[in-house]
Write a protein that binds this ligand. Structure first.
Ligand SMILES: C[S@@+](CC[C@H](N)C(=O)[O-])C[C@H]1O[C@@H](n2cnc3c(N)ncnc32)[C@H](O)[C@@H]1O
Length: 222
């Protein structure tokens, strides 16, 4: 599904790209929390996010991950779908969290200055947006030099039989809102990042965890 170009030549996601998530927002946690949360929690714990760190989560959805962040860091969660954010806002209200704020925003076109965050996380999002490379470029821009980019996603298998087999599901999953053909190399090739860790939390898991250091250069001052 193609995005559109705004006046500044940037790609914008269409609001309807998150429609399926809006429609399922009330059921999302019931279906996905048990599958997604343990892995997300394990990955966030492994980061040892320090006191006061600035964290941006792209495509935060219903806020399924939010309880995993330490209470002494500052988290901004963005998502295109307001209905998903409403579920996340409810969690924040119920738990009385003051360290998390939410904003409705297109991950392809982030409304933050460069170098605003120490960590940028994206769980199960990179194959949902219409332009994964654009999302990663925005993630690198708003992440400070030396900051961490943390991705959990399904990537196309490099195994000769599995890859083409799973490709067959792509027309169906696209209708549901995500691609099965995205390769890790598609989002990192040529980008100034170094992969520090790449692993699956279990041998048969469909999802890969990627923790990368943002190697972009420090902007010259003056
Ligand atoms: C599969 S859900 C993942 C939600 C959450 N990260 C999780 O792991 O449960 C994908 C999320 O990406 C959001 N999304 C899709 N396109 C987006 C965009 N261009 N910008 C920001 N969020 C987007 C959807 O609204 C949805 O909440």
């Amino acid at each position: 599904m193609a995005g559109s170009m705004n006046g500044a030549g940037k790609t914008n996601a269409h609001p309807h790209q998150s429609k399926i998530y809006s429609e399922f927002s009330r059921f999302y946690d019931k279906i996905f929390e048990r599958i997604f949360f343990p892995r997300i929690a394990r990955v966030i714990a492994s980061l040892h996010i320090p006191f006061g760190a600035r964290v941006l989560e792209l495509g935060v959805g219903t806020g399924l991950s939010l309880s995993a962040y330490p209470l002494d860091c500052n988290v901004v969660g963005v998502d295109l779908a307001q209905d998903m954010l409403d579920q996340a806002a409810e969690k924040i209200r119920e738990r009385g969290w003051h360290h998390i704020i939410l904003r409705q925003m297109d991950a392809l076109n982030l409304d933050f200055p460069s170098d605003s965050f120490d960590y940028v996380t994206a769980f199960h999002v990179v194959s949902v947006v219409p332009d994964a490379s654009r999302m990663m470029a925005e993630a690198r821009r708003v992440c400070r030099p030396g900051g961490k980019l943390v991705i959990i996603n399904h990537f196309r298998s490099e195994r000769p039989l599995i890859g083409p087999l799973v490709d067959l599901a792509d027309p169906v999953t696209r209708k549901l809102g995500w691609r099965t053909t995205l390769k890790l190399v598609d989002i990192i090739e040529g980008a100034p990042v170094s992969i520090e860790q790449k692993f699956k939390t279990s041998p048969r898991s469909l999802f890969t965890v990627v923790i990368a250091r943002n190697e972009k250069e420090i902007a010259a001052v003056g």
